[in-house]
Design a protein around this ligand. Sequence first.
Ligand code: URA
Length: 241
Amino acid sequence: MLSRDDVFEELGIGPVWRLREIATGSSQTPAPVVETRPARDAAAQSPEPSAPARFTWERLADAVAHCTACKLHTTRTQGVLGVGDRNADWLFIGEAPGADEDRLGEPFVGQAGKLLDAMLAAIDLRRGENVYIANVLKSRPPGNRNPEPDEVAACRPYLRAQIELIQPKLIVALGRFAAQSLLDTDESIGRLRGRLHSFLNVPLVVTYHPAYLLRNLPDKARAWEDLCLARHTMRSLPSQS
Ligand code: URA
């Protein structure tokens, strides 16, 4: 089984992530301390091949499945890596697995997932076809409580690894939590949506979380605007030959 240290080494993100020792006697894997320098900057300073050339999805999946980096591993059923087209142009990122996702091992399979599928269909996308869906956290917080900062920090290397592997053209952050943690801000979703951001040099659009939209129907119109912004942005990107 691959340890998280192996994962980071394989990813070539050693210079970006410093591992902090946890109190002796803990069985948990050391939690990473995040530095703000993007992974691509690190790659630019190093003659090493880029991460995806040396790292595989299988190793990442194995690392997530066996991760003990935060306390959530004691309560989750399984780690939920993500689902979809691993070469997708579109990457949708939610908050964390809920009860259904924890049980089935796939993101957005409950009621919120049904609405997400409808949102995808509204812009002619389908789960699994040029679309990858992941969460900031790979393990379910018990009782669906909000993720805690140490849990986000512990999981961040996995999301970065996914982005390195997928190389999406556009990220859509679903909801306040995903948007704030990806953009490292406490600005409200109302202020973050409606404009273009960037995460790890990938353009990023913020919209409401499908679970929120299920409870706040009037904001569906705003979500539609966000999806139009995302689609317009994708269409404006230079095509690769
Ligand atoms: N909510 C999320 O943010 N992610 C899921 O996978 C399910 C519900």
